[in-house]
Design a binder for this molecule. Structure first.
Ligand code: NAD
Length: 283
């Protein structure tokens, strides 16, 4: 099955990036969010970053042209009825995702594939909110979407071969490396990554080290490109907390318990880069 028209639900960090990469390879993309101002702000950010890359001769102007002309902002989900694929990228909340998938199931043609960019939620629980569980799959992009190489594909019990293969082919078209994960809380990437991020936050909480020292050590001793606390700010602390909660509940194992300091930061609205303050302060 070929994927020509794509709907993206949520124009946040991930939805914006997903829309950008799909548009850059010539797919028509409807980008949906709750307010037109949110979508416009995201599109402005994308165009600014493409301008910088053109100035540095990293991409040519045609990429910007493709992105600007192929993304269509919309506040009306009904325009997505004929899309071949919808990728959902709203907040990491099961009930919200289930309700969106239920709506899309009613709106979209029977062949449309419905994918979730969830970081941790069981795809099977999203799939069963629809009458087409065989056409539901996890498509877990990494941030920043344009530069990260992998696409983790989560195959739930009811996901059909045709659905899996269509996403696998899209990954190749996007010049990404598809990796298959079982449908378990956190999948492969976040099961490994977030437990390290949470442990780094525990080190700060327990006074084992300062924020700066924890990050400094992990970049220097493990050769990570950024420290776990910088990474947490980059992902968004609300998203990190949601992922830890899903894994804590899903596995019932205390090793996934979210650090109380993470909860305090989220309660304070210090969500990382997106709010200008997390473990570090941003302009
Ligand atoms: P975000 O907060 O940046 O964006 C979420 C967007 O969804 C916002 O623009 C919000 O307005 C919109 N939204 C909320 N409710 C909506 C609704 N009912 N209908 C339409 N839009 C709605 O979040 P994000 O970081 O882009 O994360 C989105 C998803 O991607 C989450 O499931 C997250 O776990 C996953 N994810 C995040 C990362 C990361 O590094 N941040 C990486 C991989 C996957």
């Amino acid at each position: 099955m070929s994927i020509n028209t794509i709907g993206v639900i949520g124009s946040g960090l991930m939805g914006g990036g997903i829309a950008q990469v799909c548009a850059s390879i010539g797919r028509k993309v409807y980008l949906y969010d709750l307010e037109i101002g949110i979508i416009q702000k995201r599109l402005d950010t994308i165009i600014k970053s493409l301008d910088k890359q053109i100035a540095r001769r990293r991409i040519d102007a045609q990429v910007k042209e493709a992105v600007s002309s192929n993304i269509i902002p919309t506040l009306d989900m009904n325009v997505m009825a004929d899309c071949d694929l919808i990728i959902e990228a709203v907040a990491e909340k099961l009930e919200l995702k289930q309700s969106i998938f239920g709506k899309l199931d009613k709106i979209c043609k029977p062949e449309t594939i419905l994918a979730s960019n969830t970081s941790s939620l069981p795809i099977v629980q999203i799939a069963t909110a629809t009458n087409r569980p065989d056409r539901v799959v996890g498509a877990h992009f990494s941030q920043p979407v344009p530069s990260m190489k992998s696409l983790e594909i989560i195959r739930a019990l009811p996901t059909s071969d045709e659905t899996y293969n269509a996403i696998y082919q899209l990954a190749l078209d996007l010049n990404k490396v598809p990796v298959c994960s079982a449908d378990v809380p956190g999948f492969i990437s976040n099961r490994v990554l977030e437990i390290m991020v949470n442990e780094a936050i525990c080190c700060v909480y327990e006074g084992v080290g300062t924020i700066e020292d924890v990050d400094k050590l992990m970049t220097m001793c493990a050769n990570f490109p950024m420290g776990p606390l910088t990474l947490a700010d980059f992902i968004g602390l609300d998203t990190v907390l949601h992922i830890m909660e899903v894994m804590y509940k899903g596995y019932g194992d205390p090793k996934y318990r979210p650090c109380p300091l993470l909860r305090q930061y989220v309660d304070a609205g210090w969500l990382g880069r997106k709010t200008g303050r997390g473990f570090f302060v941003y302009d």
